[in-house]
Write a protein of this length. Structure first.
Length: 134
């Protein structure tokens, strides 16, 4: 019986097809599903627009501002692992297993658009000390 090795090309092609499917899922979740859910008044998410969901998810999977890690456009340049983690995180957000408010807050901190609670406390303490000397 002849045994033939699995073609690396076939495996790579299969991997690329799977990655493309994951990216399509990520785009559907962030462009359609999540913005539609955000319109429900019972859901109190901090964002409603597709690009905001994409920013939050990508920043979270990159551990910082996504475009410092992934070339633009992100959806065309996600690695297989990043695509897997993006879809997984979207699903966790949708299921309420991950707090979108916290993810958004962290994303804004990474982008210097918002201070952390610790920075607010430090600023308040420094401000109080300065006013004592006036």
């Amino acid at each position: 019986m002849n045994s033939y090795p699995i073609s690396k090309m076939t495996t790579m092609e299969d991997h690329q097809v799977r990655k493309n499917e994951l990216v399509a899922q990520y785009l559907q979740l962030t462009r359609e599903v999540m913005p539609k859910m955000a319109l429900d008044p019972r859901i109190t998410w901090p964002v409603r627009n597709d690009h905001c969901f994409q920013r939050i998810v990508l920043d979270a999977i990159c551990g910082g501002v996504w475009y410092d890690t992934i070339p633009r456009p992100a959806y065309k340049n996600l690695s297989y692992d990043q695509a897997v983690r993006s879809v997984e995180l979207c699903r966790y957000i949708i299921e309420g297993r991950v707090d979108l408010h916290q993810l958004n807050q962290q994303s804004l901190v990474w982008r210097n658009k918002c201070r952390t609670p610790a920075e607010d406390t430090l600023r308040l303490n420094v401000g109080n000390r300065q006013s004592e000397h006036l």
